[in-house]
Ligand binder design. Sequence first.
Ligand code: ADP
Ligand code: MG
Ligand code: MG
Length: 502
Amino acid sequence: SGLATRRATESSSSSSSALKEMEEVQFAESEALVPAGVANDLVPEALVWAALHGFVVGDRSVASSGTTPGVGMAHVPFSLLPTPIPATAFAQAVELSSLFNDLIDRVSLDVDFLKQALARTQKADDFTARLLSMYSTILDEGVKQDIRLGLSRSDYMLDVATGDLLQVELNTISCSYPGLGSVVSDLHKYLVTELESSTKLDSSRVPENKVTEGFAKALSLAWKEYGNKSAAILMVVQGEEWNMYDQHWLSYRVKELYGIRVIRKTLAQVHAQGSITADGMLVIDGQAVSVVYYRSGYTPADYPSEVEWEARLLMERSSAVKCPSISYHLVGAKKIQQELALPGVLERFVPDKQVAASLRKCFAGLWGLEGAESESIIQTAIKEPHRFVLKPQREGGGNNTYGDDVASKLTELIAAGGDGLAAYILMQRIFPAVHTSYLVRRGAYSAEKTVSELGIFGAYVRNGDRVILNEQSGHLLRTKVSHSNEGGVASGYAVLDSPYLS
Ligand code: ADP
Ligand code: MG
Ligand code: MG
């Protein structure tokens, strides 16, 4: 509707009172937490808070912010106020976190399962093939590290028709917002507290979010297990990164709370400056590294040449703790999510029937596309494409196919023949409840009809048979306009948000 997309005001500080009144009337019946007039007054306060608390991204297009540190600076796109989420659904997602952490670890150890599940996919997808071939190389040479570090984010949407909490995907590499996730929760707690005297809002409904501390703790525990006091944590980054401050928040907490050095290198720099000592230790530019934390390496674009693949292999071969290891990375493939959903497969990894049942409860409909048994679901998806999402083995947003395009893409793939279909999975499309939110971008807000995706961060540290840490570290809500298919914040579709428990 025009209402949903209309920009309420171009500048946070210069809206006319006539415009305010009009908005108040139009939104009176909507689900917004406060009327537009209140929101309008709150925006400048939110922006000041953002500036004071490092709620920023490196935005190349903001020329006036200068060239240091090379990518400019702008406030994070955010939802002015938190978005209502049922407290029961939130609790359910939090409960699932340690179960998924454990599942990732178990699946990562089943070589035959990983290889079989991805056997067809690798024929159709070069990137998956490349990761699998590195996995085989490492297995052949012998895995040199028993310490395992998992920093994951499981994402959910609430299906409006059934009320079910359904998992969108499980991320095992380079999960975004362990830094800014805490900051947006703090912002919302602050703003809701400000509104408590004049509205019915209650700041205790904005859950505390200590994800930055949680991930810092996990990194420090892996570092401690490795046992080299002079070693650093290596953050593998992209050359230029919009979301760099999210990463710096985490580095900063690691340094502040644990006194551990964190260095940042691109894959190309690791290649140029890295080596492995005779006893397997990773050394970058003279600095011993005991933990490698990837915020890069999840997309083919991160490997423009063989150099980057060699760097990844070098790190994988070393005794450093990798977050993720190549096997943890593979467990996060969408194909693995779909295979685990097949009857009896999840249950092979989770012998406890109750645990398996609670995990399965959040599985949406998922279908593989290879083999004769997939013909009927493909026909259904071509007839009713709006009920499905078509997903390749990619991360980072912007890669899926929705709506009518699902039908045309499937038709194309069938016509092309060969293994092409095996690169994809089909997923039931989830339709979440629509709220009215005030989205703040580039200093201006607009009232929008929105849907939200809840992410729960999980941290897992294990050394051989000893589980050192398995916990839920915090959460993140991402909110987007309801008519948009995709959801990433960095890819420009969504804004950062936090839950308001209802
Ligand atoms: P990526 O690894 O690129 O983040 P996702 O599977 O999370 O891939 O898909 C990207 C976005 O697409 C999600 O954040 C969500 O907004 C939307 N999306 C994905 N799967 C579904 C689904 N089954 N139903 C509705 N929206 C979906
Ligand atoms: Mg995602
Ligand atoms: Mg993902």
